[in-house]
Ligand binder design. Sequence first.
Ligand SMILES: C[S@@+](CC[C@H](N)C(=O)[O-])C[C@H]1O[C@@H](n2cnc3c(N)ncnc32)[C@H](O)[C@@H]1O
Length: 258
Amino acid sequence: MIDPDRQDTTEDPTSTAPDEAEEPARMTRRSIRSFVIRNGRLTGAQGEALERLLPTFGLPFVETPIDPEAVFGRRASLWLEIGFGNGDALVAMAAARPDVDFIGCEVHAPGVGHALIGIESQGLSNVRIIQHDAMEVLERMLAPASLTRVLLFFPDPWHKKRHHKRRIVQREFLDTVARALATGGVLHCATDWADYATWMLEHLEPDRRFRNLAGPGRLSPRPAWRTSTRFERRGERLGHEVADLLHERLPDERTGTT
Ligand SMILES: C[S@@+](CC[C@H](N)C(=O)[O-])C[C@H]1O[C@@H](n2cnc3c(N)ncnc32)[C@H](O)[C@@H]1O
């Protein structure tokens, strides 16, 4: 995770320390990644949580679809949060919606450790963490139409034009989300970068598999239940406007796709 208090529009987030160079290979086989691994600041408590709690609240990355009913011991609506950062929003949502099961995907070890501590302290049984590239999780671990919501809150904006290919919102991302979302399910993105909000709309609006719940070309009001995140608060401190985008997955017969 890129530290929200250090990131600025000129920082090159691709720079990694030499001892971190091997790490992304274990998180993904993809050559273009939407993340950069920074391992530097794992606290003792986070390290301990990773060791002690990941076996209980984590799911190892596997190449075949999981059975959510077997994982959670019930059949419920399943929401996926991609890039949950420190997990505060994920933990708050899971505590507020005990009727929903949540999977959180994050590659940043300190964030995963922090989230695990929150899950344990709140006594949550409706959250599982996958410490792996969300693109591969969507492609391999989640069956078609298995999700009712995909949440993408304040993804790395990758400011420089030559890095735009690393923005997670791309045609390929929408393909994997469209496959994993059930009809009527919702892709919910939020960003505090106006340029990225425009980029998201440019990708989503022409995609006939999705319908903008706010109306064509419009941003949605922030849903009252959406807890503010660390990166959102940092954006607000910088005077950025926050944009929410909610797009519903349409049935295939209405979109002409399979
Ligand atoms: C800018 S931070 C936002 C974190 C959090 N959502 C928030 O609003 O505070 C983006 C996060 O997405 C994670 N990330 C980026 N690409 C990812 C991917 N493909 N799979 C899993 N996590 C990813 C990064 O590690 C980082 O923690």
